[in-house]
Design a protein around this ligand. Structure first.
Ligand SMILES: [Zn+2]
Ligand SMILES: [Zn+2]
Ligand SMILES: [Zn+2]
Length: 256
């Protein structure tokens, strides 16, 4: 089966360039240093799957040419991964989109976007999402695809990464629990968060991400959720041959 993943957004929560920032990355003319907030789009077996609804979702959907979604998965409820949810309006006009997240994230979605589940006056339209909580260890079936939640720690928060066939997508993470490593075996593509070189309490640094990549041993790995403290070029220099810095709009293909 052929799999395609498009990394639609690859920046940290504030994006790059950071408004008002005069640093060399934010002023760079290298397009690879323009990063919107993290989201990914997976296509396989005719199914179209979105991971996270970034605040730039509308623009990302337009540039990736998304015309339909069969499912949406959320990693966690932080604003940079969730707040574009309203942009699902256009894509859920014909039928509601099934949405999956941990119980905690589902609760956050229902609080933050409470109007979607309230009776309000007609007109304008709303995003229609059939939200379902997923427990660790419980795969989600989308057509013939099995999507597996990967429990992760993001500081003190419990969050999910998601695995679809030979691809795993884990962004905001500071620790992979021992019990999650078996879920990451035999990967062709691993997308992993690597914020910057300096330590951070809720995200892997570049060095920590490279350590995890060594343990997980995917065929290829891509670093994402990148801060303006690191330029694309600096990242390219500091990574082994099978590890690449991601960039917005990058499409990767593999098969299994
Ligand atoms: Zn984030
Ligand atoms: Zn900057
Ligand atoms: Zn986060």
């Amino acid at each position: 089966m052929d799999y395609r993943i498009t990394l639609m957004g690859t920046g940290t929560s504030i994006g790059i360039p950071v408004p008002g920032c005069k640093c060399s990355t934010c002023r760079s003319i290298d397009k690879r240093n323009r990063r919107s907030r993290c989201s990914a789009f997976i296509e396989a077996a005719g199914e179209k799957i979105l991971i996270d609804t970034s605040p730039e979702l509308r623009l990302q959907a337009l540039s990736a040419g998304i015309d339909r979604l069969d499912a949406v998965f959320w990693t966690h409820g932080h604003a940079d991964h969730l707040h574009g949810l309203d942009d699902l309006r256009a894509l859920s006009r014909d039928k509601p989109i099934p949405g999956y997240a941990s119980q905690e994230t589902c609760d956050e979605i229902k609080t933050r976007f409470d109007y979607l589940w309230k009776n309000t006056q007609r007109g304008g339209g709303k995003a229609r999402i059939n939200l379902r909580a997923v427990a660790p260890g419980e795969p989600v079936q989308v057509g013939p695809l099995q999507i597996m939640p990967i429990p992760l720690k993001h500081g003190n928060l419990q969050v999910f990464g998601w695995r679809c066939g030979p691809i795993a997508y884990i962004t905001d993470t500071s620790e992979i629990p021992q019990t999650s490593y078996p879920l990451l075996e035999n990967l062709k593509i691993l997308v992993i968060g690597a914020l910057r070189f300096k330590n951070h309490s809720t995200h892997f640094t570049v060095e920590q991400a490279l350590e995890e990549i060594k343990k997980i041993r995917p065929e290829r790995a891509y670093l994402t959720h990148i801060s303006h403290e690191v330029s694309h070029r600096q990242l390219m220099k500091g990574t082994p041959r099978w590890v690449y810095p991601a960039r917005d709009g990058l499409t990767l293909k593999t098969r299994e």
